[in-house]
Design a protein around this ligand. Structure first.
Ligand SMILES: CC(C)(COP(=O)(O)OP(=O)(O)OC[C@H]1O[C@@H](n2cnc3c(N)ncnc32)[C@H](O)[C@@H]1OP(=O)(O)O)[C@@H](O)C(=O)NCCC(=O)NCCS
Length: 219
């Protein structure tokens, strides 16, 4: 699957020029602290992108930093950043795109989807489990692709495509068999991109965000 994706429209040079951050490379890339120039840029980009419709989220810098810190310290976590300059006059590099994924088991995914031990036995919980089907059978290694975003001025340049293919390829090399993500039914661009990558909408509905469903790709 990954080989097929790489053969299609994939620009290896772009992915070579991306920054990969994991727990092991955190010190080299972010200077080991979340106050670095790069993290500040990432946090600002994150806040800006998730303010958009249909996400309408209002993140605080501190909470994004805490989220990153937590993921870097507790998970098998991979973050890819694509730097870029928006115009010739723009001397400073910006974060054009970012994406990240991390290891999840079934309970992690239920928690992400907003279910706890009470709600999972209710109607929506049963529906969610049915839609997920048997994706956790036979002990697969599953990654949750939690974030993907491109700053407005960098869109339609295949940044998200290249980062996604790069991330899937890295996850495959790290032994993952499946990748799960959640997107909004109204996020037309994101859905089109995920379909092109081979993801399938499982139709499993989030307990908190009713317009968001879970998608899966075997890699
Ligand atoms: C979705 C998003 C990440 C795409 O970023 P991008 O860097 O512009 O995407 P790419 O240039 O790599 O596009 C690749 C493919 O995705 C699809 N696509 C991307 N943006 C699209 C849009 N606005 N409308 C329709 N299709 C779109 C297309 O299929 C495109 O390929 P094509 O142009 O050959 O048809 C970006 O619009 C974004 O950050 N949106 C807000 C955040 C978001 O929704 N993230 C996903 C959350 S799950």
């Amino acid at each position: 699957m990954i080989d097929k994706l790489i053969a299609q429209d994939f620009n290896e040079e772009v992915v070579k020029s991306t920054i990969m951050v994991t727990k092991d490379t955190f010190v080299d890339t972010f200077g080991g602290n979340l106050d670095s120039w790069l993290t500040k840029k990432l946090v600002d980009t994150y806040i800006e992108i998730w303010k958009e419709d249909p996400w309408n989220e209002n993140w605080k810098s501190k909470d994004v930093q805490m989220l990153l810190n937590d993921l870097l310290n507790t998970r098998d976590f991979v973050l890819l950043l694509q730097l870029g300059t928006a115009s010739y006059n723009d001397a400073q590099n910006q974060i054009a795109s970012f994406t990240w994924a991390y290891y999840v088991n079934k309970n992690d995914l239920l928690k992400i989807a907003g279910f706890d031990s009470d709600t999972i036995y209710g109607e929506s919980g049963r529906g969610f489990m049915t839609a997920l089907g048997n994706i956790f059978n036979n002990d697969p290694k599953v990654a949750y692709l939690a974030e993907l975003g491109t700053k407005r001025e960098f869109r339609h340049n295949y940044n998200a495509w290249n980062l996604s293919v790069g991330l899937l390829s890295i996850l495959q090399k790290r032994g993952y068999n499946k990748v799960v993500l959640r997107t909004d039914v109204r996020a037309v661009g994101a859905k089109r991109l995920y379909k092109k990558l081979g993801f399938v909408d499982l139709g499993a509905k989030d307990a908190v965000h009713q317009n968001r469903t879970y998608w899966m790709l075997e890699i």
